[in-house]
Design a protein around this ligand. Structure first.
Ligand SMILES: [Zn+2]
Length: 201
């Protein structure tokens, strides 16, 4: 299992400029007084080196807009990305309330969202991209991918151009799922090839 996990981390470190562990913890933001309306800058370090930064804009009790730059690899152009994450509150039994992020992809209430390349999402959603190390993974990945493609209208064009009549959000979700499925398959292939390479020696 360890091999698959590390393959995934490697993939992310090459896919986006921000570390896979670039997380935003709402409890930390609260502690820092950053849930009041305003603009804030956040950065991460890994092994003492800066590993990423984002700007956030908070509209108190309503939303957090995360702005950052990312690129697929070092020769690609930087792209600006802006993602709105809604905020929610639940009442505590002994008074006061507890703040949550609402994951933009699954609408779960979560304390932590992860800034991961193109997406800001909860760990449940990002876990979709972890390849499991079993032999069915690749079949399943391709099956899922083909199913999503069919829903997109069946041709490659719909991955880049929104099909007529489809909701923007639906399209974005499907595209994201498509890519996840593809990555899962590729990840599996990658780990498989590593294993084969080892065997051939
Ligand atoms: Zn989610």
């Amino acid at each position: 299992m360890g091999g698959c996990g590390s393959g995934r981390r490697y993939r992310y470190s090459t896919k986006g400029t921000l570390d896979a562990s670039s997380r935003l913890d709402i409890r930390y933001l609260k502690k820092q007084g950053m849930l009041r309306s305003g603009y804030y800058s956040l950065s991460w370090n890994r092994n003492g080196q800066p590993s990423g930064n984002v700007n956030i804009r908070i509209v108190a009790d309503e939303s957090m807009t995360v702005t950052y730059r990312w690129r697929i690899n070092s020769i690609d152009e930087w792209q600006s990305k802006e993602q709105v994450v809604s905020l929610a509150h639940t009442a505590c039994a002994y008074g006061g309330s507890r703040p949550w992020f609402v994951c933009p992809y699954c609408s779960r209430r979560v304390a932590i969202v992860v800034v991961n390349g193109e997406h800001v999402a909860c760990r449940h959603c990002l876990k979709l991209t972890y390849a499991s190390c079993n032999e069915d993974t690749i079949d399943r990945s391709w099956r899922v991918r083909d199913k999503i493609k069919a829903r997109l209208g069946g041709d490659d064009k719909s991955l880049y151009l929104k099909p007529k009549g489809m909701h923007q959000r639906t399209w974005e979700r499907l595209r994201w799922q498509y890519r996840n499925a593809e990555w899962q398959g590729l990840d599996w292939l990658e780990s498989r090839m590593e294993a084969l390479k080892g065997m051939i020696g």
